[in-house]
Design a protein around this ligand. Structure first.
Ligand code: NDP
Ligand code: TDO
Length: 289
């Protein structure tokens, strides 16, 4: 049996769908039912139920986007930086291996030679580099909390998208924002992300950190072209002149826009669809809200 923390959230729902489809028994824990943020309570539950693996899809993202984290810092710090350490303590006490959903938003840009950041690269969009959003800072701290912890996968998700219209879906965001920021990003098809991360456990690949993004990178303008090409929306999309204008008009805090490589995951035998193809696929199956 699998333990799922935060299973009622946007990412957690995708895990519920996956485990249900695969017919794998799981328990979706919600804080309202069992306060898994308390080490003693989570440890006792793990010792009683003895799940084979735990997935942590809990955390604080801010709604509708990371700007909201700037005004709820205590909750954001707790959910993203403190909670992973608490789960690590409980999983160590009960000897349960686990996986943690982190974020690629701890990087900005690309490597100096233009290639994507690897798992070996130190985050360059964090409190330590003093250039980040509060959300990104807490996600980087969450990873630091887990340094030296055995039996854990750290899975980096980035700007999720899929075929279902949803305010959290990157495609929906681009359809609804009044103006767009031109940027280059590596991004993750949500359902491929959950499949790939669970495959880490199923295939028993080595524990550690994995970038779980669709291979390649894509610019906002390229996504817009694919949206138009698909017929999902053919309007004229309006763009900000530059990041300064974006910050003045639409954002409270800087965004991470970055290129990553998921080559480590592929080398472990877990392949994801090339990013343009994955977007084309999602748009071809588009389900409006
Ligand atoms: N959505 C995105 O764009 C991305 C998300 N991620 C990461 O994925 C994880 C899940 O995100 P997502 O599903 O979008 O988030 P949601 O807000 O949709 O769901 C998160 C769930 O976490 C639980 N939770 C536990 N502690 C807290 C807390 N302090 N504050 C708020 N919620 C808490 C809640 O479940 P309950 O109360 O039921 O237990 C909640 O339903 C996060 O760690 C996030 O950083 C990474 C990259 C991109
Ligand atoms: C607000 C806004 C953003 N954007 C761009 C900036 C960025 O490239 C992209 C996404 O920005 P948002 O503000 O919607 O999303 P943001 O909250 O920054 O999204 C992030 O959420 C957290 C939880 C993560 O971990 C990330 O991986 C990512 O999904 O959209 C616009 O083009 N126009 C806008 O008006």
């Amino acid at each position: 049996m699998i333990y799922l923390l935060g299973g009622s959230g946007y990412v957690g729902q995708a895990y519920q769908d996956l485990l249900t489809r695969k017919n794998i028994p799981f328990k979706n824990l919600r804080r309202a039912d069992l306060d898994y943020t308390q080490v003693d309570k989570l440890t006792a539950a793990l010792q009683a139920d003895r799940p084979e693996f735990l997935i942590n899809a809990a955390g604080y993202t801010g709604k509708p986007n990371v700007d909201a984290c700037e005004t709820d810092k205590a909750e954001c710090l707790f959910g993203n930086a403190v909670l992973p350490g608490r789960i690590a303590a409980a999983c160590a006490a009960a000897d349960v291996p686990w996986g943690h959903v982190s974020s690629g938003c701890i990087y900005t840009g690309s490597r100096p030679d233009g290639t994507g950041f690897t798992e070996e690269d130190t985050p360059n969009f964090s409190f330590r580099t003093d250039n980040c959003s509060f959300y990104s800072g807490t996600k980087a701290l969450g990873e630091e909390t887990l340094v030296g912890v055995d039996n854990v996968y750290i899975w980096r998700l980035r700007i999720p998208f899929d075929h279902r219209d949803n305010p959290r879906n990157y495609i929906t965001k681009l359809l609804r924002y009044q103006r767009l920021l031109e940027a280059e990003n590596s991004i993750s098809q949500l359902h491929e992300f959950v499949e790939a991360t669970f495959a880490c456990w199923e295939k028993r690949i080595p524990f550690g950190t994995y970038n779980v993004t669709n291979p390649g990178h894509i610019t906002t303008r390229e996504v817009v072209d694919l949206i138009k090409e698909s017929g999902v929306c053919t309007k004229d999309f309006d763009f900000f002149a530059d990041e300064d204008e974006f910050m003045q008009i639409a954002a409270k805090t800087p965004r991470s826009n970055c290129v990553m490589t998921s080559a480590k995951l592929a080398a472990a035998g877990i392949e994801m669809t090339e990013v343009h193809d994955a977007l084309r696929q999602a748009l071809s199956e588009w389900v409006p809200a």
